[in-house]
Structures are given as C-alpha cells and as structure tokens.
Write a protein that binds this ligand. Structure first.
Ligand code: NAG
Ligand code: NAG
Ligand code: NAG
Ligand code: NAG
Ligand code: NAG
Ligand code: NAG
Ligand code: NAG
Ligand code: NAG
Length: 497
C-alpha cells in the first residue's frame, strides 16, 4: 500500500510544472503516507489519479485542522440531493401508502420514522425507547440516521460512498399491483436516469452508490416483462447493476445486502441498552418454545404449517396466532411478552425467507430456531456471528416430509442447560447490533445496526476501489447471481454436528 504512494509522489516531483504546487502535494503525500495506516490511503490515490491537482485546488479542504489524522478519513459519505418526488413527496402523501398498515402509513412517520411512542407497556417494555415501528419504514429511518452521520461531506470528490435517499419500497408499494409494467417501473427508470447524469456517477460508474429499501430485494427483481411476474425492474436496470442495495432481505444477487428489520426498540442512550440487556438476562422463561405467526391455509405442506402443528401439539410451546383478532401480532407488547417468557423462538420461512420476528426474538433474549439458511445465516453477514451455533439452533428442513411429529421439541430438549445459557448470552449481546438507535441521538459504547451497515458498505466499496486501482474489472462478481445463498450445502457442513 505504501509503494504506490511514494511512486506517485516522485512522479509528481519530476513532472510538476509549477514548483509551488508540486511542493505542496509532495508534502501532503509524505504526510499521509506517514500517518495513514495500511488500507486507508486508497481513497486519496484514486482521486489523485483522476485529477492530480485536486490536492492543490483548495487547500482548506484537504489539510486536517490539526496535525492528527482526520478520524473520518475513508468514511466520508455524500448524500445525493434527490428531487423530492423520490422521497419527501411520498411522505407528504402518506395517506396513499396503505399496504401493511391498518389505514395508512401516516402515524408511523412520527419520530423520524420510528412511529408513535408506546405507552401502556404493562411492565413488559422499559420506559421510553419503544415505538410502534413499521418495518417498511426502514428506508426512512436509515435516511434520518444518515442525515446525522458523523462523516458527511458536501464535497463528493472526498466521499468514499454515495448514498441515494430514494424511498424505493414506499414508492414501489404504490404500484406493485399495477398490471402495467411501465407504470410499475417508471420511477425506477427516472431515478437511474437522474443518477447517471450527475457528475458523481462517472467517478466509479455507480459502484460507490448505494440505497436502502424497507422491502425485500425480490420486490425489485422482476426478471421478465410479463405483467403477471412480480415486482419492479429497478435492480435489473443497467445503472442499478452497478449499484448496491441494502434491504431487509437480500436476493441471490451479490450486490444485494441484507440488514436487520427494524424492531420496536430504539434506544437513545447506552444506559437504555444495558438496562434492557440486564432485564432479559434475568427473565424467567416458562415456555420452552414459541411460534408467532399466521397459519397459511394455502400453504398446507409448508414448514410453517408443520411448525404450527408441532407447537399446538406440545404443552411446552406457546403459539401466538397472528391471524386471530384478539392476538394481534401488531401489538408489540403482546408479542414481546411471550418472547420474553420463552427459551426458543421458532423462525420458519414464510412468504419469503426472512422474518422481522427473528429480530424481535433476539431483542427478547429468545434463542432463534432456524429451518432454512436463507432466513438468517446467508443474509445478515455484517450483523450476525459467523458461527451460527453460538446464537441459534438450526434444524435444516430440506423437505417438509422429513420433519416428523415431535421432532422440534425433541431437538430442543436435547440441548443442555449450559449450552442454552451460552446461546442466550450471545443473543443478548447481539441486541445493540440489531437495533436502530434513535436517529435523534447516538450511542457511545455500541455500534448499532446502522453503524454496522455503513461499515459493511464502506468496506465493500473500498475493496472495489482496490480492484479498479489494480486495473482489474470491477464488474466481475459484482452483480452476479449466487444461488448458494439459498441452498443448504455449505451451511450443513459448517455446522459440524
Ligand atoms: C475552498 O474551501 C472552502 C471551505 O470548504 C470554501 O469556503 C471555499 O469557497 C473554497 N474555495 C474554492 C476556490 O473552492
Ligand atoms: C484533531 O482532529 C481530530 C479529527 O478531527 C480530532 O479527533 C482530534 O480530537 C483533534 N485533536 C486536537 C488536539 O484538537
Ligand atoms: C417508569 O415510568 C413509571 C410511570 O411513568 C414510573 O412510575 C416508574 O418509576 C418508571 N420506571 C423507571 C425504571 O424509570
Ligand atoms: C452541506 O450543505 C448544506 C447546505 O448548504 C448544509 O446545511 C450542510 O451543513 C452541509 N453539510 C456538511 C457536512 O458540510
Ligand atoms: C401503460 O402505461 C403507459 C404509461 O402510462 C401507457 O403509455 C401505456 O399505454 C400503458 N399500457 C397498457 C397496456 O395499458
Ligand atoms: C457500469 O460500470 C462499467 C464499468 O465497471 C461501465 O463500463 C458501464 O458503463 C457502467 N454502466 C452504466 C450504465 O453506467
Ligand atoms: C434479577 O432478579 C433478581 C431477583 O428476581 C433481582 O434481585 C435483581 O435485581 C434482578 N436484576 C436485574 C438486572 O434486573
Ligand atoms: C462455534 O461455536 C460453538 C459454540 O460456541 C463451538 O463449540 C464451536 O467450536 C464453534 N465452531 C467454530 C468453527 O468456531
């Protein structure tokens, strides 16, 4: 990493026409090569190659105010100033956004997208920090957190990444059910046209651009132009193939990344996290296992159907029927109350591979039980430990027929109290990593789900920058399919049981 710096510097010394300019960049080069750790220099080098005079053009932009290294170096993010139709207008017209809500999305927009604060928590939740959060608003919460990100820059030439504050999920929810595909795709096309006309595009042809969606990636991955095929084409548009998207569930394409669903807990300070972790360690958990979900009569032979049958048949399982009126799973208090009283929480795939419930169970210190690698292990790579046996139980179900009556309870009863305790402690330690802290403040001792997502995306882009710098093709492996995410192969081997 150091070599290119010195080479570049000596070149400039020899070829400089204006002595003063050259002297200035040489000074800076030495300065940075001395101060910068290994990988962090790449950013500057790329800028310099594009425009060797960039250092000298405006001194004040590049000289740290004091002689210590700029703590934001390599972390600067530039937020595109999109036309309001791509974000603010959707919020203004929230009455039109009705999917996944009882009436409209409007009440959930309160408190920076966290939703209304929950009161009447009946001793189940802690005071403050709890909100009725709608999962589709992740893109709004993320944007509001990004506005307070500590390393924002208005100078895109300094930025390591470019954030696109497009509310992709809210936008598509207005049109997902429209039979006319050109209507469904219209704003996606407008967005990529807008982006690729901006000067920021050409720096890396969009490979430093990313957006965040509160819906699963498959909703933006319509592969044909058949009107009956699901979703918009956003992620298959040529410009989009050069960008990354973070969402609650990644597809099998490599430039889709999964980040946690938002939960109801949005602490504003470290103390709230410690307090909650302490409470969850201390809970008595009378139920061995729990499943919260709605039966799907149309999915008779599904894992979910089997899970419900096995839960109903066991006296140590608590089933919360989200389909029935009185047990509404939309009530955070009733869901959290049961999860807090259970040792294990079953997380079978449903309509899609992932579930918000996974994160609610972690929040409650309830050890998740997975049946498919696509529900968590191949998804949340930036947030969950690599070794999944540390925090979860895996009962792979390739074929529903293989899951025999009583199997789930048998597996869970076979786990020792000591192993159980170890997993629960790991789950409780995960809590800060999977929550989105209140955008209006910041945690000091923890990296939350947002921080880890930003770290992940910056590292990914830095890696691409390295590839480009080495003269290699960044498109290799970038937007390719990776069906391995949804097969059982490697996840079984990794288990080692
Ligand atoms: C140089 O940067 C400073 C601070 O960002 C800004 O106020 C000034 O207008 C810039 N000057 C030029 C010539 O770009
Ligand atoms: C120097 O700047 C860095 C980064 O902005 C900052 O963290 C540090 O506290 C500053 N040091 C002094 C002595 O001002
Ligand atoms: C929580 O709020 C209730 C009512 O506002 C109050 O009585 C109680 O002391 C509070 N508990 C804590 C731990 O702050
Ligand atoms: C960027 O520019 C806007 C508008 O001029 C300003 O409000 C904001 O503080 C600037 N942000 C940074 C990080 O300089
Ligand atoms: C679909 O919508 C577009 C744009 O509104 C319109 O021009 C086109 O005629 C529509 N196609 C069909 C088949 O209705
Ligand atoms: C995508 O990136 C490649 C370079 O990696 C570039 O050649 C291509 O033009 C880009 N596509 C668009 C639509 O900008
Ligand atoms: C845990 O429970 C015990 C007894 O029920 C209580 O004395 C202790 O204060 C609790 N600890 C926490 C952190 O809630
Ligand atoms: C994974 O974690 C489990 C439980 O902590 C441990 O027994 C096992 O050795 C770990 N496996 C690897 C490959 O680190």
């Amino acid at each position: 990493m150091e070599k290119p710096v010195t080479r570049k510097c000596s070149q400039e010394v020899w070829f400089a026409i204006f002595t003063s300019l050259a002297l200035f960049s040489v000074l800076l080069c030495f300065d940075y090569s001395a101060l910068i750790g290994t990988e962090k220099g790449v950013n500057f080098l790329v800028d310099k190659q594009n425009n060797p005079l960039v250092f000298s053009k405006n001194k004040t932009n590049f000289i740290p105010k004091n002689s210590t290294l700029d703590s934001c170096h390599g972390k600067y993010i530039y937020i595109h100033n999109l036309p309001s139709r791509f974000n603010q207008d959707l919020l203004k017209n929230c009455k039109l956004l009705t999917r996944g809500t009882e009436n409209s999305m409007c009440p959930y927009l309160k408190n920076n997208g966290l939703g209304p604060e929950i009161d009447g928590f009946e001793g189940v939740l802690s005071n403050k920090s709890w909100f009725s959060t709608n999962q589709f608003l992740l893109e709004v919460i993320f944007h509001n957190k990004m506005k307070r990100y500590k390393c924002l820059t208005n100078d895109s030439s300094l930025a390591s990444a470019v954030f696109i504050p497009f509310y992709a999920g809210l936008d598509v929810s207005l049109r997902l059910w429209d039979p006319n595909i050109s209507v469904r795709d219209s704003s996606a096309r407008d967005l990529v046209d807008w982006l690729s006309k901006k000067p920021e595009w050409k720096t890396m042809w969009g490979r430093d651009h990313f957006l965040v969606a509160g819906r699963i990636s498959w909703d933006f991955r319509r592969q044909t132009d058949e009107s009956s095929d699901w979703g918009s084409k956003l992620r298959f548009l040529p410009q989009s193939m050069n960008m990354s998207m973070l969402s609650v569930e990644g597809s099998s394409w490599r430039n889709d990344y999964a980040i946690p669903y938002p939960t109801y807990f949005h602490p504003a300070e470290d103390r709230a996290v410690y307090e909650w972790q302490g409470r969850m360690r201390n809970m008595s958990r009378p139920y061995l296992f729990t499943f919260a979900g709605a039966p799907r009569p149309d999915l008779v032979n599904s894992i979910r159907g089997k899970v419900i049958d096995q839960c109903r048949a066991s006296s140590s399982c608590r089933f919360i029927d989200c389909g029935s009126v009185e047990n509404s799973c939309n009530n955070p208090v009733s869901v959290m109350k049961v999860f807090q009283s259970s040792v294990y929480c079953l997380q079978p795939p449903g309509d899609s591979y992932t579930r918000r419930s996974t994160f609610d169970s972690i929040l409650a210190g309830c050890i998740p039980v997975f049946f498919h690698p696509g529900t968590a292990y191949s998804q949340y790579l930036w947030h969950f430990p690599n070794n999944y046996t540390k925090y979860s139980v895996y009962i792979p179900v390739k074929d529903v027929k293989d899951l025999r009556d009583g199997d789930i309870e048998k597996v869970l009863l076979g786990i020792s109290k000591e192993e159980e305790k170890g997993m629960r402690e790991e789950v409780i330690r995960l809590i800060p990593k999977i929550v989105y802290a209140d955008p209006r403040s910041r945690l000091n001792s923890f990296k939350d789900a947002f921080d880890l997502a930003v770290k992940g995306v910056l590292e990914r882009i830095e890696e691409l920058r390295r590839v480009i710098k080495e003269g290699k093709d960044p498109s290799v492996g970038f937007a390719e399919g990776d069906d391995f995410k949804y097969t059982f192969s490697d996840w079984d081997k990794k288990d080692g049981n």
